[in-house]
Design a protein around this ligand. Sequence first.
Ligand SMILES: *Cc1c(COP(=O)(O)O)cnc(C)c1O
Length: 357
Amino acid sequence: MLEFIRSDLAEFAAYNTQHTDNSHLDHPDRLDVNENPYDLPDELKQKLAWTWQNEIESNRYPDGGYLALKDAIAQYAGTQFTNSNISVGNGSDELIRSILMCTCLNGEGSILVANPTFSMYGILAKTLGIPVVSVDRSPKNFEIDLQAAQNAIDTQAIRVVFVVHPNSPTGNALTSAEIAWLKSLPQNILVVIDEAYFEFSQTTLADQLLERPNWIILRTFSKAFRLAAHRVGYAIAHPEMIEALEKMRLPFNLPSFSIAAARLALAERDSLLEVVSEILEQRAIVYQKLEQLPNLQLWQSAANFIYARSSHDLEQLTEQLRQQRTIIRHTGGGLRITIGTPDENVRMFDRLKNALT
Ligand SMILES: *Cc1c(COP(=O)(O)O)cnc(C)c1O
């Protein structure tokens, strides 16, 4: 071990070595990271290629203020917002880290998460030496244990509460009781509402933001908008929160090509998001079929994936499916299955059925 490396880093693993390296598989069905199964249409790729060739100067740094992109995002987020309400990140993962650095760093506080949930909050907090306080969710409907959460607020130095709406991996949207609890939190606690699946769920708390300077919404172009390769995420919040995030942002954190891709996706959103309804139809079909399988407990989902539990050895089961080139995710004590193309879904079902019976 190199002696100058922080000693606590020894317990971490790099994210891609944990579960996203499938480079040894030949064209697998990738139903493990909740991407949109469809690439950008050819004509949009050609438009983007045209932009690259004719408008992007490779020798120049990007426009570091991102104002045109922020304007377009603000317009998409709602008429009440302007570019002063928007910050952009190299994926929303970068924004999560910036939020942590703006709030809890230097021993100024801990974060609260309710497990199972998106793992990056805890992973990024720990790499910054920020303590993570976890509470459970109901094993029935995955609602946050609000009593335990309130108890954590009362007894520990919580600075930030992270929730996903709808939650990953379990697919449930925030209930009115959970929203009421978030509203009851004092102004010195930041509430991060991660709406990575907004285009699938069509539920948002954006209409609350202007009244609540201690709330921030995160969204991404990586899921419904089909731009995972380009790494663009954004935050919507009070201008002072945005200013703080901008102080943490690396200069030129978004490449020019990614800015162009995100602007194009927003301009063409009506046609790009048309597949959302197909994916939701597929979700209903997959759910109905999975319901017939033995030893599989399912939950309704508001996002582009389905969560299931089983008494099977899930590590072995996901490995068996992987060998057959269907990749699903074993996480949070269950299986998270992304809705893919109709063909991918049929293959997933057949292979899972085989493995379970
Ligand atoms: C996919 C996902 C993200 C990450 O989005 P990027 O913009 O690709 O970094 C953030 N939060 C949740 C809950 C996600 O599922």
